[in-house]
Design a protein. Structure first.
Ligand SMILES: Cc1cc2nc3c(=O)[nH]c(=O)nc-3n(C[C@H](O)[C@H](O)[C@H](O)COP(=O)(O)OP(=O)(O)OC[C@H]3O[C@@H](n4cnc5c(N)ncnc54)[C@H](O)[C@@H]3O)c2cc1C
Ligand code: FES
Length: 244
């Protein structure tokens, strides 16, 4: 896997999340991801593996990652002085499939990350869309300010309606397409709410080792039996293809 050293142009903290912007003029598709680390061999093996992050935004010259500090890898990225290494773009992103709207975008927690660049793409295609975001509390929900008009839910009721992202959303069967990213239980609930005949695309957040298809650490069960690698065949799947 080839890594590119990129210079951090800008860093911002939005509620509970960190936003890093860096120069990137390559093409990306909404829902694709980057493997990122502070620096690789021969500088350090800490951490040994890069970590996967959805592209948050991309304007043709600058790409950004939005992340939550969870452990060692993200803590080091949060502190990275001026350069990081990225390998990207990776995986299969959201299919837009000619839907002329309205379409629904749903994000749970850091699952908000791929929705910004997806929303930007839908705007460019003049596809009307509604955004629904769910968070643990108001601190994390602060990032909803990046999505004008988004409806918000928080588990503790400190911002928006109390409940999960589905409590902020109307009947999903009214939409011609549904796109979602978040923890698996949320994605399964979105799949049920969208209905069996829906055009519904789900971005999964399985833990990843290599990001290039060689470790099988990121597999998800599929309806036809067996497992597929979410770093290659995903991370975005047709909801109907997933076993849950
Ligand atoms: C395709 C894809 C896109 C992602 N996009 C983003 C993004 O845009 N922003 C973001 O903040 N995170 C994203 N993630 C999750 C992110 O990769 C993990 O949070 C990160 O790898 C944690 O690394 P760490 O070294 O900080 O934590 P670790 O020390 O590796 O783990 C710390 C804790 O976080 C848990 N954890 C680690 N990875 C995951 C995961 N994938 N799902 C749930 N829990 C996990 C661990 O079980 C542990 O409890 C994405 C994951 C995938 C697969
Ligand atoms: S992360 Fe190694 S096969 Fe997907």
């Amino acid at each position: 896997m080839k890594f590119h050293g990129v210079k951090i142009e800008d860093r911002e903290w939005i509620g509970g999340y960190t936003l890093i912007r860096y120069r990137w003029d390559g093409a990306i598709e909404p829902g694709q991801f980057a493997m990122a680390r502070v620096a690789g061999y021969p500088v350090t093996f800490d951490p040994f593996l890069a970590r996967p992050f959805s592209f948050y935004d991309h304007d043709g010259e600058t790409a950004s990652l939005l992340f939550e500090v969870r452990g060692r890898g993200t803590a080091l990225l949060d502190d990275a002085p001026d350069r990081i290494e990225v390998s990207s773009p990776l995986g299969r992103g959201f299919r837009i499939n000619g839907a002329n709207g309205p379409v629904a975008l749903l994000g749970g927690g850091i699952g908000v990350a791929p929705l910004k660049v997806l929303s930007r793409r839908l705007d460019a295609l003049s596809v009307p869309h509604d955004v629904f975001l769910g968070f643990a509390d108001a601190r994390y929900a602060a990032v909803a300010g990046e999505f004008p008009g988004a409806k918000v839910a928080t588990v503790d009721g400190s911002a928006g309606v109390q409940g999960t992202v589905l409590d902020a959303a109307p009947d999903l069967t009214r939409y011609t397409a549904v796109y979602a990213c978040g923890p698996n239980p949320m994605l399964a609930a979105v799949k049920r709410a969208a209905g069996e005949d829906a055009f519904c695309q789900l971005s999964v957040e399985e833990r990843m080792g290599c990001g290039n298809g060689s470790c099988n650490g990121c597999v998800v069960p599929v309806r036809d039996g067996g497992y597929v690698r979410s770093c290659i065949e995903g991370p975005v799947f047709d909801a109907e293809a997933l076993a849950w």
